[in-house]
Design a binder for this molecule. Structure first.
Ligand SMILES: Cc1ncc(COP(=O)(O)O)c(C=O)c1O
Length: 484
């Protein structure tokens, strides 16, 4: 614990910055002198001294020795894992690296269809077969639940050939699944457990938060240290803790995907975020949890907004990171998008995201009670001032089935494709991903057979002007398919 007081990378950069070294290295702004003046006068000049390149004092992120190595070792010790890799392109790159490290071309991986889009990139780059699990919807809360241990067990029994299981926990709503059980199910069968814990870098640092993937036994787990803890945007970490995998394979996958010119300010912020979490995390998160619980209580007093509780989520067999506020807006008669807009424009309050049913307000290590108060006051005012037409929106996943007949990688890299009218697309193999919002779960993925039911469903959505992410033109008139 004593060494956790140190921040070796930050300290090295600080002593370098103080020496105001004459720079004959990249970047070209030369300690900020050449930066646009408007930007420099806003930010101040100090941070530019941290924007350096690979030289012996700091060494390379790709083959760390010296202070980056020490900083990664401290991170690994903080999380109780064998090795931590600093990432400068977020959990996006970590997810791809996890699949590349765990699987060889032709392997298959069990994965929820509601996973972050980076999973699809990983599946394509690694050349693996996805075994999709359809997520469950809760129509009372208007949210999607990620895979439960029972669903994973069923998939493992059905697809014993799977090499790995990929889980997202917590979800965007802060809901965590039973990772202990899932780790046990995987490891009993010799399967690798990969966890996208983008929203959970803080879990390990407070006793009242749900269990984190690193404690539950994930072989690899990625965390966006920038989401709730205090790293700068893009600052994430990939944690390795496995007897089923080779750490050098993970190292090479991470290295293949990262820039050779990482931003050292981001790296230093990772070093400091770890130190802060280790030294003060419990106390700081205590305040955040209390503020969030206060907000939850106040929002649940309002007539038109509601916010589910940990108790309720526990009763459904999951756990909840209380710092996340999912605010249901359906009783206002307005959509979450509309309320998000009103909050931003009239109250200067910006939530992380919205859908038709909910707003997601993310608290972080820098949040305080006055932020929560501003949100609660704004919602209280909004429910007095605005009232929309009661809507009959229902969150549902259409019961459509299809089969994966071609590997996504082959569709993406080598198949000849063409565009056919949507009405005539049944029978072809899809060459694009189409994801209607809501519910934000892909209806088609490259390599899947287009069925008559899917065509009818897409045509119906298109006629109703429902947004379908992935469509290439304003209106969904054609579909990109594999030319047979
Ligand atoms: C569940 C999940 N995984 C991965 C990511 C990607 O994380 P990052 O923004 O750090 O690249 C996100 C981003 O929002 C996410 O919500």
């Amino acid at each position: 614990m004593k060494t956790q007081h140190k921040a070796p990378l930050f300290e090295t950069l600080l002593s370098h910055a103080k020496r105001k070294v004459t720079s004959f290295h990249t970047p070209g702004h030369k300690n900020g002198r050449g930066i646009d003046q408007k930007l420099r006068s806003f930010t101040g000049e100090n941070s530019y001294y941290f924007d350096v390149t690979v030289f012996p004092e700091v060494y390379s992120l790709h083959d760390p020795v010296g202070s980056i190595k020490k900083a990664e070792e401290l991170m690994a010790r903080a999380y109780g894992v064998e090795h931590s890799f600093f990432l400068v392109n977020g959990s996006t790159v970590g997810n791809i690296a996890m699949i590349l490290s765990a699987c060889k071309p032709g392997n298959s991986v069990i994965v929820s269809r509601s996973s972050h889009k980076s999973i699809m990139s990983g599946i394509i780059l690694a050349g693996v077969w996805p075994i999709w699990i359809q997520p469950k919807i809760d129509q009372n809360l208007d949210i999607i639940f990620n895979s439960s241990a029972a669903e994973i067990e069923e998939a493992l029994n059905r697809y014993p050939e799977a090499k790995a299981v990929f889980i997202t926990s917590p979800s965007y709503n802060g809901i965590t699944t039973d990772l202990f059980k899932i780790a046990e199910l995987c490891h009993l069968r010799g399967k690798i457990l990969l966890v996208d814990e983008a929203h959970g870098a803080h879990l390990k640092f407070h006793k009242d938060l749900p269990v984190s993937a690193v404690e539950a036994g994930a072989d690899l787990c990625v965390q966006s240290t920038h989401k709730i803890l205090s790293a700068l945007s893009q600052g994430s970490a990939l944690h390795f803790n496995s007897s089923l995998m080779d750490v050098s394979r993970v190292k090479s996958a991470v290295s293949m995907l990262q820039t050779t010119s990482p931003n050292y300010l981001i790296l230093a912020s990772l070093d400091l975020a770890r130190r802060q979490a280790m030294l003060n995390g419990e106390a700081m998160l205590d305040k955040v949890i209390q503020a969030a619980e206060y907000g939850r209580k106040e929002i649940n007093r309002l007539a038109k907004f509601s916010c589910f509780t940990r108790q309720h989520i526990n009763s459904l067999g999951y756990d909840l990171d209380q710092t996340k506020l999912t605010i249901n807006v359906t009783r206002t008669g307005l959509s979450g998008y509309q309320i998000e807009d009103i909050l931003a424009k009239e109250y200067n309050v910006q939530v992380d995201c919205a859908d038709i049913f909910n707003l997601i307000a993310i608290m972080g290590i820098g949040s305080d009670r006055s932020d929560v108060q501003a949100l609660v006051d704004a919602l209280e005012d909004i429910e007095k001032k605005y009232s929309g037409q009661q809507q009959n929106w229902i969150l549902q996943i259409p019961s459509l089935s299809t089969e994966m007949v071609m590997m996504p990688r082959d569709v993406y890299l080598s198949a000849k494709t063409k565009r056919v009218p949507l009405s005539k697309a049944a029978g072809f193999i899809a060459a694009q991903t189409l994801t209607p919002y809501p519910p934000g779960i892909p209806v088609l993925i490259p390599g899947e057979r287009v069925t008559k039911e899917i065509v009818e469903y897409l045509m119906d959505l298109s006629a109703k002007d429902i947004r379908i992410s992935g469509q290439e033109t304003e209106e969904l008139k054609t579909l990109k398919v594999v030319a047979s």
